[in-house]
Design a protein around this ligand. Structure first.
Ligand code: GDP
Ligand code: IMO
Ligand code: MG
Length: 433
C-alpha cells in the first residue's frame, strides 16, 4: 500500500507542482483529485518551463501514468489545449493519461454565472479565478451536472446541455440581468469532444484500486491549499472543493488506509491571491520585496499575490487537519538578504493570546499576529542542495518551523528547478518531540 498525498498547507501556490514533479521520479502514477483549471502548477526542468492547470505534474516523466480523478472539474477546451501543448513539447502521452468518466465538466455557462455572481457581490467578491469552478461543483451537488461520460454520447449530451443552458439562461437574465447564451452553438461545439476525449476516458477508481493492490506507487496531487478548503478554509473566501487530505479519498476512490505519506508543502513565507483574511499580510516594502524577488504573480490569472510572513498558527492548524507526516519548505531562497525574519507564532484576539486558528471569518479578520523575530542571512542560497551548506541562520529558521509544528522536514527547495532542492541529511530536520 503506497499512496503519498501532496498538499498545499497555505492559500495555494506553495510550489506543489515543483515538488510533485520532483517526487514523481519515484512514482508509477500521479493523480489529481480536486479543483480544476483554477490551479496553476509550475514545473521547471532543464531549460524548460510549463504551467499545468489540469494535467498532473508527473506528465514530464515518461514512465509515469497521470490520472485526473472523479473529484476534478474538467473544462474540455482547457484539457485538450493542455494535452496538445504537452504533445507539442515532444512528450508522448498516449496510454499514460487517464481521465475519470465520472469527473464533472465545466461549460461556458459556469464561467458566465460565476462572472455575474462575482460582479453582484460588489465589494464582497471572492476574487475567483473565473474558471467556472464554483458553479460546476454546484451543479454536481445539485445532481444536475454533466460528466465526462456524457461527452461520449452525442444525444445524451445534447439533451443535457439544452436543459442546462435553459436553466442557466433563466438565472443569468432573471437574477443578474446578464446576456443569455445560445444553447445550439454550445451543443455544436461540445459534441465534437467525443472523439477527442475518448482515448483518455476510464474508470479511474477501479484502475487506482487495482494499481494499489499491485503495489504501484501512487502520488496524489492536491491543488489549491488547505486554507482554501470549502469546509476548513477561510469561508466564504475559499474554493469549492476539498484540497485537504480527505479530498484525495473522495476525489479518487482511494481508501484512507492506503495513504502512508502526507506531504505538506509550505512556502517559507505566505501568499494569497484573491480576497479574504490574511493575518500576516505585509502592506509595506518587505511585502513588495517578497512579491518581486519571489515573482509572486498568479500562474493562472497573472494577478499579483499578496505577501506576508510565515504564519505558524495557520500551519499548525493545516498540519493537524491533514495529519501531515512531513513538510517540504519551498522558496527559502526568496528570504535571502533580509536583516531579520518574523514568524507568527500566536494570534491576539480581543486582547487574549491564542494559538488556535479561528474558524469564523469575523474573528480571523480581527486577530493581530504575535511574532518571534529570527535573524536573517545575506548569502544567496539559490540552488543549494545540501542542508549543511545553508547559512547557520537559514538552518535555524528551518529547524524553528519543524520544532514549532512538530513535523519533520524532508525537503527544502532553494529554486524553481528540480536540482535546486535539499533532499538529504534529513536527520537534522526532524522535529524535536
Ligand atoms: P503551485 O500552484 O503550488 O504548484 O505553485 P505555483 O507554480 O503556482 O507557484 C510557485 C512558483 O514558485 C512557481 O513559479 C515555481 O517555479 C516557483 N518555485 C517553486 N519552488 C521554488 C523555490 O524554492 N524557489 C524559487 N525562487 N521559486 C520556486
Ligand atoms: P494552485 O493549485 C492560489 C483562489 C482564488 C480565489 C479562491 C476561489 O495553483 O495552488 P476559485 O476560482 O477556485 O473559485 O477561486 O481561490 N485560488 C487559488 N489561489 N492557487 C490556486 O491554485 C488557486 N485556485 C483558486 O484566487 O481566491
Ligand atoms: Mg499555483
Amino acid at each position: 500500500m503506497s499512496v503519498s498525498v501532496v498538499i498545499g498547507t497555505q492559500w495555494g501556490d506553495e510550489g506543489k507542482g515543483k515538488i510533485v514533479d520532483l517526487l514523481s521520479e519515484e512514482s508509477d502514477i500521479v493523480a489529481r483529485y480536486q479543483g480544476g483549471a483554477n490551479a496553476g502548477h509550475t514545473i521547471c526542468w532543464d531549460d524548460k518551463k510549463m504551467v499545468l492547470h489540469l494535467v498532473p505534474s508527473g506528465i514530464f516523466r515518461k514512465d509515469v501514468t497521470c490520472v485526473i480523478g472523479n473529484g476534478v472539474v474538467i473544462d474540455p477546451v482547457a484539457i485538450m489545449k493542455e494535452i496538445n501543448a504537452i504533445r507539442d513539447m515532444g512528450y508522448d502521452i498516449e496510454g499514460r493519461m487517464l481521465i475519470s468518466q465520472n469527473a464533472h465538466l465545466i461549460m461556458p455557462y459556469h464561467k458566465k454565472v460565476e462572472e455575474a455572481r462575482e460582479k453582484n457581490r460588489k465589494g464582497n467578491a471572492i476574487g475567483t479565478t473565473g474558471r467556472g469552478i464554483g458553479p460546476s461543483y454546484v451543479d454536481k451537488f445539485n445532481r444536475t451536472g454533466i460528466r465526462v461520460i456524457d461527452l461520449l454520447d452525442r444525444d445524451v449530451l445534447s439533451q443535457k446541455l439544452k436543459k442546462a443552458v435553459e436553466e442557466k439562461n433563466a438565472i443569468l437574465s432573471g437574477v443578474y440581468g446578464a446576456p443569455e447564451l445560445d444553447a445550439q452553438s454550445i451543443i455544436e461545439e461540445y459534441v465534437e469532444f467525443d472523439a477527442l476525449i475518448k482515448p483518455y476516458v476510464k474508470d479511474t477508481t477501479q484502475y487506482l484500486c487495482q494499481a494499489i493492490k499491485d503495489g504501484k506507487r501512487v502520488m496524489a496531487e492536491g491543488a489549491q491549499g488547505s486554507l482554501l478548503d470549502i469546509d476548513f478554509g477561510t469561508y466564504p473566501f475559499v474554493t469549492s472543493s476539498h484540497p485537504t487530505v480527505g479530498g484525495c479519498c473522495t476525489g479518487l476512490g482511494v481508501p484512507p488506509t492506503a495513504i502512508n505519506r502526507v506531504i505538506g508543502i509550505v512556502k517559507a513565507y505566505c501568499t494569497r491571491v484573491g480576497n479574504g483574511p490574511f493575518p500576516t499580510e505585509l502592506n509595506d516594502e518587505i511585502g513588495e520585496r517578497l512579491q518581486s524577488v519571489g515573482h509572486e504573480f498568479g500562474a493562472t490569472t497573472g494577478r499579483p499575490r499578496r505577501c506576508g510572513w510565515l504564519d505558524l498558527v495557520a500551519l499548525g492548524y493545516t498540519s493537524a487537519i491533514n495529519g501531515l507526516t512531513e513538510l517540504s519548505i519551498t522558496k527559502l531562497d526568496v528570504l535571502s538578504g533580509l536583516d531579520e525574519i518574523k514568524v507568527c507564532t500566536a494570534y491576539r484576539l480581543d486582547g487574549v493570546e491564542t494559538t488556535q486558528f479561528p474558524s469564523d471569518l469575523h474573528s480571523l479578520e480581527r486577530v493581530e499576529p504575535v511574532y518571534e523575530t529570527l535573524p536573517g542571512w545575506k548569502e544567496d542560497i539559490v540552488g543549494i542542495d545540501q542542508f549543511d551548506d545553508l547559512p547557520a541562520t537559514a538552518k535555524t529558521y528551518v529547524q524553528f518551523i519543524a520544532d514549532h509544528v512538530q513535523v519533520g522536514i524532508s525537503m527544502v527547495s532553494t529554486g524553481p528547478k528540480r536540482s535546486q532542492t535539499i533532499t538529504s541529511n534529513t536527520n537534522l530536520l526532524h522535529a524535536v518531540h
